[in-house]
Design a protein. Structure first.
Length: 207
């Protein structure tokens, strides 16, 4: 870091804001989990060295994670890309769920991550959005999703089925439905749940 004091002060301000949001959410809502994170991984590696991440990001991220822990809710962390070097330390500071498991990046094979970290960390994602979902056939999507579910849940669960990133707009609807169908969730159930969520949101009073 060229100006570590400035960088740490800026990150501290960001963490202050994130903590205030997290504390407010925990006070006002019955949360299933606390969601935090930001992208620190690129397609081939982390966008900063692990040492820089450890100095600049980790201590401030821990402050946000601690809010969830203090309120008794699991903490989910999001970062795209090749974040393998940071996973052990994410566990160390209390992260419970890693998303989105961008499986085409080096070190991010979901089944390998499950073997190494699955006793301490749950995973959300891993169904490839760079090749499989936008370009694969329904049969290919179902086959790969089945393989992923079997491998990620064979040792006590700890897996949330999801894509490895936001589905690109060219993704065929049938491939999305195929992914969830392999987990036993049919198209009609997806539509019913979406309608329930919309009705719930319509009842939330404006503040």
């Amino acid at each position: 870091l060229i100006q570590p004091e400035v960088a740490n002060a800026a990150m501290g301000k960001c963490a202050d804001f994130a903590m205030a949001l997290a504390e407010g959410a925990c006070e006002r809502f019955a949360l299933d989990w606390l969601w935090t994170g930001d992208d620190v991984g690129g397609q081939q590696s982390m966008i900063m060295s692990p040492d820089t991440w450890r100095e600049l990001i980790k201590p401030h991220l821990k402050r946000v994670v601690d809010v969830g822990k203090a309120n008794g809710v699991p903490v989910a962390y999001h970062s795209c890309g090749a974040v393998r070097p940071s996973i052990g330390e994410l566990i160390e500071i209390g992260v419970d769920v890693l998303n989105p498991v961008q499986c085409k990046c080096p070190g991010m094979d979901p089944l390998e991550l499950k073997k190494e970290f699955g006793q301490s960390l749950a995973f959300m994602g891993g169904v490839d959005t760079q090749g499989l979902l936008p370009n694969g056939t329904v049969a290919e999507v179902r086959r790969e999703t089945a393989r992923l579910i079997e491998g990620m849940t064979s040792d006590g669960g700890g897996y949330i089925l999801a894509a490895s990133h936001t589905d690109p707009p060219e993704t065929p609807d049938e491939n999305i439905f195929a992914m969830y169908a392999e987990a036993g969730i049919c198209r009609e159930e997806i539509f019913d749940r979406a309608a329930q969520i919309r009705r719930t949101l319509q009842k939330v009073p404006a503040r």
